[in-house]
Design a protein around this ligand. Sequence first.
Ligand code: DX5
Ligand code: ZN
Length: 218
Amino acid sequence: MTRKILLAPSILSADFAKMAEELKVVEDSGADWVHVDVMDGHFVPNLTFGPPLIKAFRQHSRLPFDVHLMIESPERWLEAWRDAGADRITFHIEACRHAHRYLTAVREMGLASGITLNPQTPLCAVEHVLEECDQVLLMTVNPGFGGQKFIEPLIDKISKLRAMIDARGLKTLIQVDGGISLQNAQRISAAGADILVMGSAFFAAEDKSRLAREVHSL
Ligand code: DX5
Ligand code: ZN
């Protein structure tokens, strides 16, 4: 069976002072989604964008906005992200107590739902909510910063999640985030990933259209 591999550039590595232009660069490259890393300075040691900024960014892109919430108590803000223009919302299982309830709430708002797992969080954390997830995001670095090194043993976690999803005949997408470049993209997609998030590797690439084409041909 062939799966189309999608590319979701993370604007964490964009020039924040030129975001309108950077979003056009992402769209013109042929990439599929805009990955928006939201950090609150509590769940992760960094701060990025809130709803007003995302709303402003939204005016400059037609691509789906894939909002990765690295925040405590993500359930408090679900409507705010939707109103800002999110199309897909993933939140960390480590940051919330009632994942099933909030995944359902995201879908009821008409958005795609997703759970994110930190590197150390075992796959059994999503086992009983997998049916409610349009995507599962596996972190392959410790969240908080771009430009970190891919944690190699997590390749096995991607394969195990692929097996879990396929065994149940689900359409849940596997997204992988952290330390991805063309150097390791082949192995990550072969392990079972559907969506590759790329921050530093995307924005450092001289020919971004070529990068997107290479990801699509994996
Ligand atoms: C890290 C973020 C990632 C990050 C990826 O906390 O979730 O999306 O931007 O950046 P690279 O591709 O540089 O590891
Ligand atoms: Zn991310």
